[in-house]
Structures are given as C-alpha cells and as structure tokens.
Ligand binder design. Structure first.
Ligand code: T4K
Length: 370
C-alpha cells in the first residue's frame, strides 16, 4: 500500500514550458514587469472576449479582487452571505469593516438560499454576497429581485465559476460585480491571480484606481486603495492558459462522467446535480455527500480511510466559516440558523479531479469508496 502514488484533490494543468519561455524573454527584454503593461492589457481584452463579458480587471489573487469589489461599490454596514464557502469570502468583509450576516444554503446546490434572505435584512444591510459554490449558479433571478426590492447591491463570489454559462450567457454577467480566482487549485490558473468582472467602463476605471493604491492620475488619490495588480509573468501565463482551457475542461468532464456512473448507485453516497440551465460547466470540484446511516461509515471515516490509502481528497467546505473564531460569536452564526449548511458540511468530500488524473488512479479512488 505504501508504494502507491499519492493522489491530491487537484493538480494544475500547465502549458509546455517551451511555450512560456518566449514570453519570459520578452518580459526580460522589455523590463516592463507590472503596472498595466502589455500582457496585462492583452489578457484583460482576450479574457473578456473568451468569457463573453464586458470588462475584466485582473488582480493578484481572488481575495484581493473580492476585497476591492466591496470598495468599488462603497459597501458598508451589514452584508448577507453564505457560511458554506472558502473563508476568504467572509474575510474580505472583515477587512472592509463590514459585519457578515450568515444565511443558510439550499441543500440541492449548496448555494445561498434566497428564500431565507429577506428575514436577515436590516436597515444596515447594503449588499448580498452569494457564492456560486462548485460553479453551480445561484438562483440569480430571485436574488436580483430581492436586491431590487430592498435597494441592495449584489456581488457574486464566482471563484469556482470561470467559463460557466447560464441560460446562454456568462454566469459572470449577473449581479453588479463578480469576482474570480485563478489560484493554482482552480481549473484556469495563473499560479495566483483573480479578477473583477464589471459591466461598464466607469466602474472598470474605478477598479483600476483601487487596485493601484487609489491613484487616479499621477497626483490624485481617490481612496485608500490597495496594491493588488497582476504582474506580467502571471498575465503571460494566463494568455497561454486560455488556449488550453477548453481541452482541460473536456478532460475534467470525462473524469466526472466516470465518477457519476460508478458512484451514483453506491448506497449512502449522493452526488451534486448539475444545474439544467447551465452550459460549459468547468468541473472544478467533484463533491460527494456521505450519509453515515446508509453508507455504513461516516464522512470522516471515509475521508481518513482514503488518506490512509494515499488519496488526499478535501472536505470543502468544512468547517463552516461561521465556526471560525472571528465569526462564531455572531448571532447569525448560531447553528440553529444554518441547519442545511451544518448538515452538508458534515457530509461533503471533494474527490480528486484534474486533467492529468490517470485512469488507474480514478479506478483506485472509486474502488476505495465502493
Ligand atoms: N472565494 C472562494 C469561493 C474560494 O474558493 C477562494 C479560494 C477564494 C474566494 C479566494 O481566492 P484566492 O485568493 O485563493 O485566489 C485552496 C486554495 O488556496 C484557494 O484558492 C481555494 N479557494 C480553496 C478552496 O482551496 P487549500 O488550502 O485547500 O489549498 P492546498 O494548498 O491545500 O492545495 C490543495 C491541493 O492542490 C494540494 O494538496 C496539492 C494541489 N496543489 C496545490 C497548490 C497550491 C498543487 O498541485 N499545486 C499547487 O501549487 O486552499
């Protein structure tokens, strides 16, 4: 058993190094390393076209993109969000001195439950911050309806949703702003990286100021902006990654199909449904949900059993964000307020999925679960 290859939850798909070298040579020669240089500008344009959105503003990572998105719209007071996400979602509120208000998720897709939002709105609420968890779309129409009724902004944390389409348009075209992550663990990666997607030029300009210390020209600072610019090496890699993206997603889809057909009939294991209105799903994660009574083992028993067999799946998103010390004292963090999220966080395991995952290893994972 000890000689078996380790299998991680993911592994980045990188272009051939030879293809990257000419970009590096060009960067070395031009000495233009950052601050909205050639490749940065090119990637913003090419990615907007590729995704079918108006404007892409590139960032050093997804967390800084989200942190800045809240500043662009001058969000203050309280923001309604989900506890079932990566901790960065709520941390960006903390960094902006905004109080997170947790609302439960809907069990089918694990996204913020729109039917629970209105009860959590107070005079201090200024925005909604839902997450398209595992890339499945939130109930965007209902969320927008609530936002319009109460005069709230909507920022989608779309870190998992690069490339996904909903009803024929990019999922990123919904809400006031959406943010992306291009971290090494994401299906589209620039090592670290991220973006804000916005729908008009004026907003794009303000985002560009805010990610460059707030500079609006050489001598004007419009706000205490942060430094969150993507550099030229990341942007050059991003250009190459766009070319490989569709092929990589095709391979992920193939793996997902094998998991689906092999695991759907396993007693006590349930799978995440794919939203019927979605196209170009990116298969960034493959979550399964373990029902201890029917499966005969708890989620953690299966998780540690897989680890003993050198299969390093992950329990995204356990613990809930509402369990962590900065947030657990909030009234909205009370487990009684979040029954669906509490249940799912105890059942989930994300299985390894990435283009380079070999068939014998897929088989190994399936056999261990069975
Ligand atoms: N919002 C949401 C909803 C998010 O999911 C995230 C990030 C963000 C916002 C923030 O975006 P960024 O600021 O990160 O751009 C990972 C990632 O660090 C994080 O980006 C991601 N979500 C989160 C869900 O997962 P870890 O701590 O689980 O990653 P780590 O380092 O344990 O990596 C997992 C496996 O991936 C490793 O076992 C091996 C493999 N791996 C990892 C890295 C970093 C590689 O093969 N190569 C690598 O370079 O958090």
């Amino acid at each position: 058993m000890d000689n078996k290859q380790k299998i991680y939850v993911t592994q980045p798909a990188l272009p051939d190094l030879k293809e990257f070298i000419p970009y590096l040579e060009d960067i070395w020669q031009s000495k233009q390393l950052t601050n909205n240089a050639k490749y940065h500008q090119q990637l913003e344009k090419e990615m907007a076209k590729f995704l079918g959105v108006k404007h892409v503003a590139l960032f050093a990572n997804g967390t800084l993109a989200l942190l800045t998105a809240l500043q662009v719209l001058r969000i203050t007071g309280e923001v309604i969000t989900t506890p079932y996400s990566f901790v960065a979602t709520t941390h960006t509120l903390w960094w902006n001195n905004i109080k997170p208000v947790f609302v439960d998720i809907e069990p089918e897709y694990c996204n913020l439950n729109p039917e629970k939002i209105e009860l959590a709105i107070t005079p201090e609420t200024t925005a909604l911050l839902p997450v398209h968890v595992y890339g499945n779309p939130c109930k965007v129409d209902r969320i927008q309806e609530i936002a319009d009724t109460y005069g709230l902004k909507v920022i989608y944390d779309a870190a998992h949703a690069f490339g996904n389409k909903l009803d024929g348009t990019s999922i990123l075209n919904y809400g006031d702003l959406s943010t992306l992550s291009f971290h090494a663990t994401k299906p589209y990666t620039t090592m670290e990286g991220g973006a804000i997607i916005c729908h008009d030029e004026k907003t794009k300009k303000r985002i560009d100021y805010l990610k460059n210390f707030g500079f609006a020209g050489e001598t004007t600072v419009m706000a205490p902006g942060i430094n969150s610019k993507m550099n030229e090496m990341q942007a050059a890699l991003g250009l190459l990654q766009l070319k490989k993206y569709r092929e990589n997603i095709r391979k992920r889809a193939e793996i997902a199909k094998i998991y689906q057909s092999e695991l759907e009939s396993v007693e006590g294991i349930s799978l995440l449904p794919e939203s019927p209105s979605m196209e170009n799903y990116n298969y960034s994660y493959f979550p399964i949900f373990v029902d201890k009574d029917k499966y005969g083992k708890s989620r953690d028993e299966l998780y540690f059993y897989l680890r003993e067999n050198r299969i390093y799946s992950r329990r995204y998103f356990y613990p809930l964000i509402s369990k962590f010390p900065p947030y657990r004292g909030l009234v909205s963090a009370n487990p009684k307020n979040l029954p669906a999220a509490e249940k799912i966080a105890k059942q989930v395991i994300c299985l390894p999925i990435y283009p380079g995952l070999e068939s014998e290893n897929i088989e190994r994972i399936i056999n261990q679960i069975k």
